[in-house]
Design a binder for this molecule. Structure first.
Ligand SMILES: [Cu+2]
Length: 358
């Protein structure tokens, strides 16, 4: 349940989003001012438990398409891999397959028993033996050079702008943000309308395709080098995001590392790619790439902090373990700067300590 002060912060965030969308809206008079922050303004709106507004996915981007090819790639590594696949591997495979097929057909027809009552006893042809040794070697070299170069690029990550710890569970994902106050997001697949029970929210098209949409996405800033650390709480899972050319096993008791950098805002879907039990097919991955401002807003909404962000009026606020302010019970302190729509001011930053949910 939301506590009232956190509810105020949510209300502020919601009103900020509304104000940006509809500048003609009448100004809301300040209704209450908290003691912790003299500039804090609380609107009279009821606290909205709703989430931050998330982007709807774009068909054909970050999700399976009906084309026979790799999923459209969104990272530099992905483009390199796609070029390698499209212009080197695929043509080579096609040429070799066609060559072997034609050779077989030619041998079957030309040297059939009916046409050759007396079989040829030819053996040893130095030229052909050199050719059939050298040509496969050259083919392998042609594949190995770009392949090893691609691997080297994959395993030479640039300096990370953000680290996300991805933890596989039977059968959902949790995403921890150690750079942002170590808050955690638990991501479950959204069920269809006819499958939900109780208060579960069914999937809508704005969430994403069936079996890929989740209730909580991993959110990352656009253009940021995101370091992914994978591990697992139970069995081996695999974090795979095809549009980012990422697939990394999540192994209990071990930390694996991969990375991606996506330059286009949007929603990108993936799936667990290691058979991990009965519901292996029902633990999708959704990564939402947003602007830096939206990311900061989302982090604040989740109770995290941005690295280097100054806590507003509360020196304890940067510590995730900071005790609650005396007199406010167990309620963590919240201070929110007044957002001013249309002036290009920064979105509100809360100083609420991160809540670890382990
Ligand atoms: Cu799994």
């Amino acid at each position: 349940m939301l506590n009232p002060i956190r509810g105020l912060a949510l209300g502020l965030l919601a009103s900020f989003a509304l104000a940006s969308a509809a500048p003609a809206q009448a100004p809301v008079p300040p209704a209450a001012v908290t003691g912790a922050a003299p500039t804090t303004v609380a609107t009279a709106q009821p606290a909205k438990p709703a989430d931050i507004v998330h982007a709807a996915p774009t068909p054909g981007i970050g999700q399976p398409t009906d084309k026979i090819s790799l999923q459209p790639q969104e990272t530099a590594i992905g483009h390199e891999a796609q070029r390698f696949h499209d212009y080197i591997l695929l043509p080579m495979m096609a040429i070799i397959s066609a060559f072997v097929l034609l050779l077989l057909l030619w041998v079957i027809v030309r040297y059939r028993a009916a046409a050759n009552p007396v079989p040829s006893k030819t053996h040893h042809n130095t030229f052909i033996e050199v050719v059939w040794t050298l040509v496969p070697v050259l083919i392998l070299v042609c594949i190995a050079v770009p392949s090893i170069r691609l691997l080297a690029h994959q395993y030479s990550p640039p300096k990370a702008d953000l680290t996300v710890k991805v933890i596989g569970n039977q059968w959902y994902w949790t995403y921890q943000y150690p750079d942002n106050g170590d808050f955690e997001v638990v991501s479950n697949m959204l069920k269809e309308k006819n499958q939900v029970t109780g208060k579960e929210r069914p999937r809508t098209d704005a969430d994403g395709p069936r079996l890929l949409a989740v209730d909580e996405r991993m959110v990352v800033p656009v253009g940021a080098v995101v370091k992914i650390i994978t591990t697992s709480n139970d069995v081996i899972h695999s974090f795979a995001l095809p549009a980012a050319w990422v697939k990394m096993d999540a192994i209990p008791g071990r930390l694996n590392e991969t990375w991606f950098k996506i330059d286009r805002p949007g929603v990108y879907f993936g799936q667990c790619s290691e058979l991990c039990g009965a519901r292996h097919g029902f633990m999708p991955i959704a990564v939402e790439v947003v602007s830096k401002e939206q990311f900061a807003q989302w982090v604040a909404f989740k109770g995290g902090t941005m690295p280097g962000a100054k806590p507003a009026n509360n020196p304890d606020a940067t510590s995730p373990n900071s005790p609650a302010v005396a007199g406010s019970g167990t309620t963590p302190p919240v201070a929110t700067d007044t957002p001013v729509a249309g002036t290009g001011e920064k979105p509100p930053v809360t100083s609420q300590p991160a809540v670890a949910q382990n």
